[in-house]
Design a protein around this ligand. Structure first.
Ligand code: AHZ
Length: 333
């Protein structure tokens, strides 16, 4: 329902504004772009700012309560999926839920806190299509700063009118329904969300109920295990839709165990990294893992027990594109 952004003032608002002499002085100013000391902003009232934000956020919540696709996690894989899906099908209502305030996941840096982002060919084609510049080093390309990739793809994604990003918002659960296609099992039918600060405070208050977004398809890219990571696949286990996670392949081989004299920190077993094979696995296995839920990016490694690849991002970008292609097939079926 369209509401005017600045409806007529109530009696209380008129009284409070009229009693403010400073307001009156500033009310009739003309905006002027004078860089020599007389730069003047147009007048504004505090309540106008509040209403400008709340109206849009409320309208977005109303509209996206039923979405075509929900994307969980706005890391490199989730953002690339959103970009590919919105580019191919701009009419779809795509809602991205990101637990962090800053979308981008791990893709603000290349690796070990360094700037450059390595992308193996042929995923350089995806960078070209998004419009991210890079240097060609033969079998791979290098974006001078991972933040250049993330900010560029983010700016493209957010310009689609039908894409809404809720950041600082966590997916707390999955909505499930009996699968209408008669598989006898359940189908994911949307997500349960809450502001992340509320999610983090569930232990402090008795009940802070979430809200929901209904969608025929959820694409999850919640990353590998961490404070929020691998969220959707962990939930699949909890709901019985998947028996158990195979966990991002743990390095348990006796030959790789640290000697007993090693400092404690070196004895921690880390998931195995295999840069040669890990990315091929993720792209080729990005799929609808249970009805209604496509999983890709590093979250898939927790489900399938795949290797990590370390600081090379072609697999994440390609997994996002593959998920978008799978999503279109499912929605069009
Ligand atoms: O905040 C998370 C991050 O931005 C978000 N997320 C996780 N759980 C969520 C939840 N609700 C909402 N319950 C949630 N958001 O998901 C995002 C995951 O981004 P990421 O960068 O961690 O994952 P990715 O799969 O897009 O990229 C992985 C990049 C890696 S990890 C790796 C290695 O470990 O070897 N190598 C690469 C290239």
């Amino acid at each position: 329902i369209a509401r005017p952004i600045s409806p007529p003032l109530s009696k209380a608002e008129t009284a409070s504004n009229a009693s403010d002499a400073v307001e009156a002085k500033y009310a009739s100013r003309t905006p002027t772009e004078d860089w020599d000391g007389a730069y003047t902003f147009a007048p504004i009232k505090e309540w106008q700012v509040s209403r400008a934000m709340t109206k849009r956020y409320g309208d977005d919540l109303y509209r996206t309560a039923v979405s075509d696709v929900v994307i969980v996690g706005a890391g490199s894989a989730g953002l690339t999926c959103a970009w590919a899906l919105a580019t191919a099908r701009p009419e779809l209502s795509i809602t991205i839920i990101e637990a962090g305030v800053a979308p981008g996941g791990g893709a603000w840096l290349g690796g070990q806190l360094m700037s450059a982002m390595v992308v193996r060919k042929p995923a350089d084609r995806i960078l070209e299509e998004i419009g991210v510049p890079f240097e060609d080093e033969g079998d791979f390309v290098v974006v001078k700063h991972a933040a250049l990739f993330t900010s560029t793809v983010l700016s493209k994604v957010l310009q689609f009118p039908n894409v809404k990003l809720y950041n600082a918002t966590a997916v707390e659960d999955l909505i499930t329904r009996p699968d209408p296609l008669g598989s006898g099992g359940l189908r994911v039918a949307g997500v349960v969300s809450n502001w992340t600060l509320v999610t983090l405070a569930h232990g402090l208050q008795s009940c802070m109920d979430p809200q929901t977004i209904t969608a025929p398809l959820v694409c999850s890219f919640a990353g590998h295990d961490g404070p929020f990571g691998a969220f959707s696949v962990k939930r699949l286990v909890a709901t019985g839709m998947v028996e158990q996670l195979k966990n991002m392949r743990a390095d348990l081989s006796p030959t790789s165990a640290a000697p007993s004299s090693a400092p404690h920190s070196l004895t921690i077993t880390l998931p195995q990294l295999n840069m040669t094979s890990a990315e091929d696995y993720i792209i080729n296995n990005t799929r609808e893992v249970v009805p209604g839920l496509i999983t890709g990016g590093m979250e898939l490694s927790e489900l399938d027990g795949a290797n990590r690849m370390g600081a090379t991002f072609g697999g994440m970008l390609a997994s996002g594109v593959k998920a978008a292609k799978e999503a279109i097939k499912i929605l069009d079926a």
